[in-house]
Design a protein around this ligand. Structure first.
Ligand code: ASP
Length: 330
């Protein structure tokens, strides 16, 4: 019999740590109340998959997570992965921003050991909760050797997603997580099965290390519509080093917002055109003449993850071309 992997499970809160008054409360409940030890006690059979150690790092809904939370999670995971007696890490996390934390880790951890971020859409107290099975599956994925070297993963609803692609795409259904090019694989009865690998660079192949990152530059997001006032764009651009402009369709910009965004770029704010559609790519020099205006384009990334990527890229360069390459490489 092969030795069991040593997996550390870190608790950070969310619905997976939530509790409702009654079993019918699938949507109305208190978030982030159960400790990680209590959650693990609901799946005693998980100890057949791995030697488990638990620690509570945070206890809050993921809608509250800012850059400091990301740095704290990343630093703790990195120090655990550096230990010889740790083979992988599972992070229980709210689902609202799970893809942002996972993508941040995917780009900044310097290890091939598996890291799996997991949440649930229903609290453990609800009928047909997905909490126990999602956590059991996440531990199975983290403990399995086939999960090494493929970056940070998100496990939900029997599926294994790469952090780069996964998006929470439904506010209420169990089937909430979607990767535009499909999941990497699935988990059935404690065994992961993979069908493909992430293509874009991650973990060991990025220039960012969580161990050397200091304070992160401020990058903000503006959600656009025809009636959006130039004042709003100017107010946000005044305090940011980067601005993800979430335009309509293929990252389109309303006529009255072109000058405010060009002004921001002239003042050294990195303006990135993204799309409200949630799918597809924003074509450089397509809907707008990006070269002439000094703007960047997001490629296929969703706005919140584009914010993470631009934040990291700006820790090393202000060069437009290098920043654009980052959107095409990661
Ligand atoms: N508000 C919760 C969170 O993101 C929702 C969830 O976990 O599903 O922390």
């Amino acid at each position: 019999m092969t030795e069991k992997a040593n997996i550390v499970v870190i608790g950070t809160g969310g619905t997976i740590a939530g509790q409702g008054k009654a079993v019918i409360n699938t949507s109305a409940y208190l978030c982030s109340v159960l400790g990680i030890d209590e959650i693990l006690r609901t799946i005693p059979h998980a100890s057949e998959l791995a030697n488990l150690r638990a620690e509570q790092l945070l206890q809050t809904g993921s809608e509250n997570f800012n850059n400091e939370h990301l740095l704290a999670i990343g630093r703790r995971v990195s120090s655990l992965l550096a230990q010889d007696d740790v083979d992988g890490v599972v992070i229980t996390h709210g689902t609202d921003t799970i893809e942002e934390t996972a993508y941040f880790l995917h780009l900044t951890l310097k290890s091939a050991k598996p890291v799996v971020v997991v949440g649930s859409m229903r609290p453990p107290s609800a009928m047909s909760s997905d909490a126990a099975l999602n956590l059991y599956d996440a531990i199975a994925v983290a403990a399995h050797p086939s999960s090494r070297g493929i970056g940070t993963l998100v496990v939900a609803n029997d599926e294994i997603h790469t952090a780069r692609d996964v998006v929470k795409s439904n506010s209420i259904k169990l089937e909430a997580f979607r990767s535009p090019y499909g999941a990497l694989g699935h988990v059935i009865e404690g065994r992961p099965r993979y069908y493909r690998r992430p293509w874009r660079a991650h973990t060991l192949d990025t220039p960012w290390s969580i161990d050397t990152l200091g304070a992160l530059p401020k990058v903000d997001i503006v959600y656009a519509y025809g009636a959006l006032s130039p004042d709003a764009v100017e107010a946000i651009a005044a305090h940011a080093r980067g601005l993800i402009y979430v335009g309509t369709g293929n990252g389109n910009v309303a006529e009255h917002l072109i000058e405010p965004l060009r002004d921001a770029a002239r003042r050294g704010v990195h303006v990135v055109r993204a799309s409200r559609t949630g799918n597809g790519i924003v074509l450089r020099n397509g809907a707008q003449p990006d070269d002439a205006y000094g703007w960047l384009t997001v490629e296929d990334q969703i706005p919140p993850k584009a914010r993470i990527l631009l934040t990291l890229a700006l820790t090393q360069t202000d060069d437009m071309q290098a920043l654009q390459v980052a959107f095409e490489r990661y």
